[in-house]
Each structure stands twice: as C-alpha cells, then as structure tokens.
Design a binder for this molecule. Structure first.
Ligand code: SAM
Ligand code: SF4
Ligand code: SF4
Length: 338
C-alpha cells in the first residue's frame, strides 16, 4: 500500500542528492567564507554507492514515487554519474528522471547523460551580467560556460530546459528582465525563485526576498503575460505565457505563496538521510539500515513510517507568522539539493 502522510499527501517525488560538494559558492547556499578549502565535506565511504542508491530508489518507487530528480551539491561532480543514470533509468515505475545542475560541467556531460536515459535537465542561472554572475555564484567563472551547457543539453535532446534563477533584492533583481528576454522566443522556460530561509547559514532576511508578484509585474510591464493552468496538481511553479506567443516563464513563490498542501516530495541526502521538508532538521538515517543487512521490506517500512507521520508545512506556517518559525538545527540546501 502506498502511504499518505498525516495531511493526506501521497509520496510521488524523490530528490536524491549524489554529493554534498560543489564547484560554486553561491552565497545563498554555500557562502565561501563558511565553505573554504578546509571545509570537511562527507568522506567518500559515507556517501551512498550507486548500488545503494539504486536499491533505495526501487523501494521508494514501491511506495509511490514516480518522479526522480538527481541533485547535490553539484551532481555533475559525482564521478561516473551517467553510469548511475543508466541504472536508475531502467527502474520500472520512474516516469520522469531529471537532473538539477549549475551547468558549469554540462557541455562536457550532456551527450553521455542523454544516452544513459536522463529525461530532462534544469539549469540554475542567476545572472547574465558577468559581474553579477560572479557574485551570485561565488565563483570567478563566466555565464557563457553555463549558456554553452544549456545549448549542449538542448542539442543532446534534454530540452526544453527549465532555467532556475534565485532572485535577491539588491543583488540580481535587474537580471530578471535580462534573463526573461534572453530566453524569450526559445522553448526553454525561466523560473524565478524567491530566496528562501533554508538552513541557517545564508543570512536570510525577508527584506532580501523579491516577491514573485513583483517579478511577474516587472516582466509583464514590458512583455504582457497571461496566466496558464498548472501542468499537473501540485506543480510548484506558477506559469505564464507571453501574450505574443513567444514562450513561457514561471515563478516559484515559496515564501509569499506557499504550496505545502500539494507537497509530495521526499529528499535523500548524499549520506542517505531521509528528509521530508526543506526545513527539516537532520533527517532519518537510511544508510545504517541499508548497510546493516536489513531486508528490503525492513528499509521500506522505515520510509513508510516516516512518510505516514509527516505533517510538514513550514512555508505555510512561516507565511502565517511573517518570518522564520523554527530556530535550532536545520538541514542546509547544499545537503538536500532543492
Ligand atoms: N548545484 C545544483 C544547482 O545549483 O542547480 C543543484 C543543487 S542546488 C542546492 C538546487 C537549487 O536550489 C538551485 O536552483 C539553487 O538556486 C536553489 N537554491 C539554493 N539555495 C536556495 C535558497 N536559499 N533559496 C532558494 N533557492 C535556493
Ligand atoms: Fe552549488 Fe547549487 Fe548551492 Fe550554488 S545552489 S552553491 S551551484 S549547490
Ligand atoms: Fe514541502 Fe516543506 Fe516546502 Fe512546505 S515547506 S512545500 S512541506 S518542503
């Protein structure tokens, strides 16, 4: 039987992090001053192997998961990722196998990923202006490299792509129109994301959030927009089409218009911890049971038990009180991957 959580939500999506490392230092996720050269990332033996990941994904599918997204850290840093994709693409029941990446290594890997059976790629790109890009990515790199990755992915058949842009007040809000314009007239869909208070290290403040409503207004003043229906129930992005038929944009209003009611996502960290909300604490260990020789049924029962008692609705609670509602230990975005 497929479990429902305490608020009646089924388990449909799994976000699987394959590494906690990254080649960028986006200040809203892994601020460089905290994640320096000596930062102790997970040692290799602590990270789930491809065999362990495949076994776990099969168990999640038995509990209802249909969509799988590979993430990180930066997933393209994980050695031999296409080999993992190949294993996961063969699992019956997975209807959509996607990857979220910062795009920096995408041009190199796009063909191998497509050949391995990946369905789609989402690329994060916060700015086209080189200086703003450097600030938002905490890296010395150029946005061209990411644009090349996007083109390579589209050429390899991994498109149309979704391009995710986190918007921060005073940093990249002028990039909104630039990005919208750049991808207008292409099949790719830019989605602007409200800066979230995930974790405890990114100095989140409500004043640094650009409201999704303002983003839609800003684009709409230049290029009239019309709202579109969701593609499926529980879709997190609000969709808009350009009135002149030049494509689509979206906004993810996690802060100002939360969507916990339709949240059917579980997350598994690179070290095998099951996390049921972006704002959870450390999560529940699955690696121990996997490595202790427990049966599939026993591991599945742990996941079922966690999901059945889940009552997460953090963003709705935050919206109710107008600010962060939980202090103390919280999982970080680079650990759960979005
Ligand atoms: N490294 C990959 C990437 O950047 O696409 C995958 C992992 S990253 C954690 C997944 C997504 O989370 C990215 O689109 C990133 O912009 C977003 N993200 C990270 N921190 C965020 C925050 N505080 N608020 C909103 N989105 C955030
Ligand atoms: Fe790396 Fe992605 Fe986090 Fe940026 S958002 S630091 S690219 S994991
Ligand atoms: Fe899901 Fe938690 Fe985000 Fe709400 S706050 S949508 S429950 S992950």
């Amino acid at each position: 039987m497929e479990p429902l959580d305490a608020l009646g939500r089924p388990l449909r999506d799994l976000r699987l992090s394959v590494t906690d490392r990254c080649n960028f230092r986006c200040p809203y996720c892994m601020p460089a001053e905290l994640f320096g050269e000596r930062y102790a990332f997970l040692p290799r033996p602590e990270i789930l192997s491809f065999e362990e990941i495949e076994r776990l994904v099969r168990l999640f599918v038995e509990l209802g998961v249909r969509k799988l997204r590979i993430t990180g850290g930066e997933p393209l840093i994980r050695a031999e990722l296409p080999r993992l994709i190949e294993r996961l693409a063969r699992i019956d029941g997975i209807e959509d196998l996607a990857l979220t990446s910062n795009g920096f290594l995408l041009a190199r890997h796009a063909v191998a990923l497509a050949d391995a059976g990946l369905s789609r790629v989402t690329v994060s790109l916060d700015a086209l202006d080189p200086e703003v890009f450097k600030t938002m990515s905490g890296s010395p790199h150029e946005p061209e490299r990411v644009l090349e990755g996007i083109a390579a992915a589209a050429d390899a058949g991994l498109g149309p792509l979704k391009i995710n842009c986190v918007v921060q007040q005073g940093v990249n809000e002028d990039e909104v129109l630039r990005l919208a314009e750049h991808f207008r007239g292409t099949p790719h869909i830019v989605r602007f994301i409200e800066f979230m208070d995930v974790g405890t290290r990114n100095r989140w403040d409500l004043d640094r959030v650009v409201r999704a409503g303002d983003i839609v207004e800003r684009i709409g003043q230049r290029y009239p927009l019309e709202p579109l229906d969701a593609n499926y129930p529980g879709e997190v992005a609000r969709r808009y089409r350009y009135a002149d038929g030049q494509g689509e944009v979206g906004v993810i209003a996690s802060v100002t218009q939360p969507f916990c009611r339709g949240c059917t996502r579980a997350r598994v960290t690179a070290e095998g911890r099951l996390v049921t909300c972006l704002f959870s604490d450390a999560g529940v260990d699955l690696k121990g049971p996997l490595r202790d020789g427990r049966s599939d049924e026993a591991v599945r029962d742990i996941v079922r038990g966690v999901w059945s008692t889940r009552s997460d609705r953090y963003s709705e609670e935050r919206a109710g009180v107008g600010g962060p509602v939980r202090s103390g230990r919280r999982i970080e975005m680079y650990q759960v991957g979005g």
